[in-house]
Design a protein around this ligand. Sequence first.
Ligand code: 5GP
Ligand code: ZN
Length: 141
Amino acid sequence: MSHEDCIFCKIIDQELPSAKVYEDEHVYAFLDLSQVTKGHTLVIPKTHTKDIYNTSDDVAAELFARVPKIARAIKETYKPDGINLLNNNEKAAGQAVFHYHIHILPRYGTADGFQPSWVTHEDDYTQQDLQQIAAEINKHI
Ligand code: 5GP
Ligand code: ZN
């Protein structure tokens, strides 16, 4: 089901050009224009879905099931040192295109253009704190 004014739906429908890496009934994968690293690929569901919150179990199952084989193909092709998967949800988290997508980012050395960094806080949480947080989240599942 394509969505008016969505650039990724237009790419799936071939109304906009893309460098296609893989396609089947449920999934489309193509090179990200920005090529943060060589082979940087986006994997998207053919069903328009805005973000992780709006993605059904079925759409997610089809989508995620394709990621390992595409990652393996990138690994085989360019022999990156590693691969990161990234999925941004909502503007605050860096989402710019509101058609759900998973970035596959091959990694080459330490200065390859992608710099994930996070600050760890394990000293600030006791085991009891962690149990409480886990239980709070679990209540909403
Ligand atoms: P987000 O920030 O939403 O996670 O990522 C959106 C990504 O889509 C960006 O990395 C951007 O480079 C890519 N992008 C945006 N427009 C196009 C386009 O028309 N074609 C392709 N191939 N990639 C696009
Ligand atoms: Zn779309």
